[in-house]
Design a protein around this ligand. Structure first.
Ligand code: SF4
Length: 296
């Protein structure tokens, strides 16, 4: 199994590369009414935006702050500007998108872009722009798929289909853009077998990376209220069950696809369940122990 850092090392030989999150002030088509309202039932966007990502600051200024944060430890580090918050290809004309992406690419030490978005927010003009930028510096797309089951996508109010995922990945990868998919394990109505099916279907697409994490029930989200009042079929994973599932997933993901992470770590005070209190490296150590035991 190739690690994400080994994957980056192949693309950027000899340099240590770190993502710096940027909040470029995008909104989300599933919140602003362009596609839907209310957002995905589990989403609390402030749970994944670092403190240095403030929209009132320019992209370049956020990158400077992010670099200052990381370069104390590794002065020679290079960076990927990570357009992470909300839907980072939405609601702007391509000229404005290009301005924001180029502002990041022009910063010292930035070696590429990572752009998080939805599968239904990648029209041809945006793919064309990303293709052009990708010729200058690598562009990585992180597309939120979450599930391969349209019924689940409907339950969690995603307002897109699995077919949208297939279409977006096929077009982007066909244009030479490196694609990664994001899946959530333990969505309402999904069991182990659904999750394995999600992983298999994701791996059948031309992707290079896969990000999977456990469903977190975050306070004050629609999902939290549905869970509290028992109107939804959702049981958060126990740590042991999730570790066993992840070990199984490592066996079905082909070597050509890198699993970037298995764990979501929202701020503990926002998480209602499951409360594992683990750092990513601690989870990875536990997972590696299970994988080695299985091999013996
Ligand atoms: S998860 Fe993404 S698409 Fe869904 S509401 Fe949050 S920002 Fe929007």
């Amino acid at each position: 199994m190739t690690s994400y850092s080994e994957y980056l090392n192949k693309i950027f030989p000899g340099v240590k590369v770190q993502k710096i999150s940027v909040n470029a002030g995008f909104s989300c088509p599933n919140r602003d009414g362009s596609i839907g309202t209310g957002g995905c039932s589990y989403c609390r966007n402030d749970s994944f935006s670092p403190a240095y990502c403030m929209t009132r600051e320019s992209v370049a200024s956020q990158i400077t702050k992010g670099k200052a944060f990381f370069s104390r430890k590794y002065p020679d580090m290079k960076y990927l500007a990570y357009f992470q918050s909300y839907t980072n290809t939405h609601g702007r004309d391509t000229a404005l998108l290009e301005k924001l992406y180029r502002e990041a690419l022009d910063c010292d030490g930035i070696v590429g872009l990572v752009i998080g978005t939805r599968p239904d927010t990648l029209p041809g003009c945006v793919i064309d722009l990303l293709t052009e930028l990708n010729r200058e510096k690598p562009v990585f797309l992180e597309i939120g798929a979450e599930s391969s089951f349209n019924e689940t996508l409907k339950t969690i109010n995603r307002h897109h289909s699995w077919e949208d995922v297939e279409d977006a990945v096929t077009r982007a990868a066909g244009s030479g853009i490196r694609c990664g998919l994001h899946l959530i394990a333990g969505l309402p109505g999904e069991n182990r077998s659904h999750i394995l099916q999600n992983v298999r279907k994701a791996c059948s697409l031309p992707i290079e990376t896969l990000k999977l994490h456990q469903l977190q029930i975050l306070k004050d989200t629609p999902l939290y209220h549905q869970w509290k009042n028992g109107t939804i079929d959702v049981t958060p994973f126990s740590l042991d069950d999730y570790l066993r599932l992840c070990a199984e997933i490592t066996e079905i993901v082909p070597d050509s696809i890198v699993i970037e992470r298995f764990l979501a770590q929202s701020p503990p005070d926002m998480v209602a369940a499951p409360k594992w209190g683990l750092k990513n490296y601690q989870f990875t150590n536990l997972l590696n122990q299970i994988i080695s035991k299985k091999k013996r």
